[in-house]
Each structure stands twice: as structure tokens, then as C-alpha cells.
Design a protein around this ligand. Sequence first.
Ligand code: TYM
Length: 394
Amino acid sequence: MPANTPFTVTPYSVEGRIDYQQLLEEFGADELTDEQRKRFPGPGHPLVRRQIFYAHRELDRILDAVAAGEQHALVTGRGPSGPMHIGHIIPFYFARYLQQHAGTDVYIPLSDDEKYLLKEQSPASISEHTRANLLDILAVGFDPERTRIVVDSADADVVYPIATVLSKEITQATVDATYGDPPNVGLSFYPAIQATHLLLPQFVDGRQPTLVPIAVDQDPHVRVCRDVAAKERYDVEKPGALLSKFLPGLGGPGKMSSSDDLPSILLSDDRETVHEKIQRHAYSGGRTSVTEHRKKGGNPEIDVAYLLLYYFFEDDDETVERIASEYRNGSLLSGELKARAAEKVADFLERHQQRRHALGLLTDELEAYRLTPEERTRALGRAGYPERSLCRTT
Ligand code: TYM
């Protein structure tokens, strides 16, 4: 595709071949530096090392807090409109990594309201997806002491009053300019709900640096929230953001999306299905014949099987480099590369599925992750609702 092809990236539409560099200029975010990459705790996450998380807003606030052992939080969520694919789960595994290595408090909102407003689905269908998605998120293995999960409809007692307060700071003109004309008044209001998610750790536990690791499509929500947080009437910091590129769909570099024509790799796929989807559909950077491939080699940069390994599914940098060079020099064939990627993805999914199957009833499992009555009261208090307010006493 020629350079400067138009593309769109908003929370509600991702189209065209994304120029990630250009997007930074449009969004006004900063590129991650080597120095910042080195400051991440633990052995370093491949998503950071390999620049899949490639941009940020005020990341140093969090990195400073991590280095000083100070309280800090992370918020990353899910809009439950269908089964989760392997792209959706990436921010959650990254959140778990930070929690394990830096004691991060993790907040996970599920925007069932947003997806009802956006998709042609009944409340019953969204509710089923919410339940299934929650099991997948629980299977990631967060520490219940340091993790809170909120579902907009189920935690409306705390989410709605705070969103109401915040919504007064967001004009319709801002919504139109940031997201395009919303198709209904519900989606006009929704940015106030996602702003509530992003500020929730600070409403619950007081002012603290907060990081939002997301793919770039969600950045507009962060921008709106940061403007709201800048108003002096709230004692909160602007949340920072860590922005990732999209895990590619099977059809080629671009976003893996449930609405693609080609299938996505779902968290529920078994080994055989993963092999079948990758062998049959993954866009290949190999040559048309084995002889030509052996002679001229393939191009890993556009090869989806390779990109899956590079983005997330092969931890070891040396192995990734070896695979790339063997592919380039023609000794590794496209079918072989696909088989390797499929094995790695299937291994990952098998471990995920085992943890998911080991879970009990959703309502029981969720209990330890819900906001406590004290946390709800504190959050509403910080949003300005007095002690006698009915929303704080029911
Ligand atoms: P949703 O459900 O569309 O996506 C969930 C998360 O996955 C990211 N994502 C991807 N990451 C890498 N590669 C991909 N192909 C890919 N596709 C999606 C999304 O950027 C997102 O981080 N409105 C949100 C849910 C939400 C939320 C929040 C997210 C509600 N409150 C607060 C972050 C913080 C949504 O619909 O995400």
C-alpha cells in the first residue's frame, strides 16, 4: 500500500493501514525511549523490549513510583461484545506482569453499557459475553488483594454517580471532535464512564500515579479523561498511558478484530483449531514456491506467523532473531514457521484454558475482586457525595 494512505483509529472504528508514527503526531503522544524501556521492573516484558508498546503519556510518573516503591495503579478494561481473541488479552497479561514485579494495584472495568450502545445486540447477549469474558480475565491470575473488577451495569451504584459528576466537564463538542458524531445519546455520555474507570483507583484510594496500558484505539478516552482530571476541583492526577500497536489479524499486518472477514484466534480455540486457522489463513511473507523460497528467502516483517511470535508468543529474544534470520535466508519455510507459531499460541492457550477450567462459579470467583462497601463509600465521598447522600447509604 502506498505511503500516506488514509486510515482511521478511534475506539469505534479502526480502518486502513495504520501509520503508527503519524498517529503519535495526531494524538500528541510521545515515543517510548530506550531509557524508559530499561526502567521497567522485572526481567523486562517482550511487549516493551520489542516496542509493541511504543508510545506513552507521562510514563515517567509511574516508573518513578515503581522505582520508589510508592503506591500506583493500572487500569485496563474490556468491552464485552463477543468472545475474546488473543489480541484482547494482551493488556491483561501485561498488567499481571507489572502486578507481579511492582505490586501494582490493577483495576479492570467491563463496559457492558458501551458495547450494548454500540452493537446490534440484546442486553441478554451482552450479559452472556460479559460472563464469559470475566472468566477469561480471572484466568489470567490476578492477585485478588490488589485487583478490583467493576462491571458498569453491576457496579452502577458507584460508577454512575461519579460519571455524572465528570460528565459535566465534557462538552458535546469535545465528544464530536474526539469520536465523530455519536450514533445515540448513550455513547455521547459514555466517555464520562470510561473517564470514571481511569480515575477510579484515585477515587477509591487517593491521589496516585495511574497507568493505562491499551492499544492505540483507546487513547481518545485517555485524552478526554486527562482533560477532566486537570480541573482543579478533583484531587486526582491525570492518568498516564502506555500505547501498543495492534496484534495483527490473520489477513496481514493491521488490527486483529472480531469483525474481520477472516477468523480471529479465540482464547477458547483448541490446538487443532489454532493450527488450522494459522496454516490456512495466516498471511505469509514466504515465496510462491519452495525452490524460490530456498533461493531468495522470505520476509518476516509482513508474515503473520512470525509477527505472532514476535509480538507476544515467543519470550526469548535470541529464538525470535534466529527464526527471523532462518526465514530470511530461506532455510525456514512458511509452513514450518506457521507450525511453530501455532504450537506456541496453542501452548499459551492451553495454560490459559486450564486456569479457566479450574475456576468455580463466576459469582463466587468474582466476589474477592469486587469493590468493598468501604471502597465504594470512599470513592463516592471523593467525588463529592456527602455522607448523607442516598447513594452512599444503600
Ligand atoms: P476492547 O474490548 O475493544 O479491547 C480490550 C483491550 O484490548 C485492546 N485490543 C488489542 N490489543 C492488541 N491487539 C489487538 N488486535 C487488539 N484489539 C483490542 C484494546 O485496545 C483494549 O485495551 N472501551 C474498551 C474497554 C474499556 C477499557 C476501559 C479499556 C472500558 N474501560 C479502561 C482500557 C481502560 C474496549 O472496548 O476495549
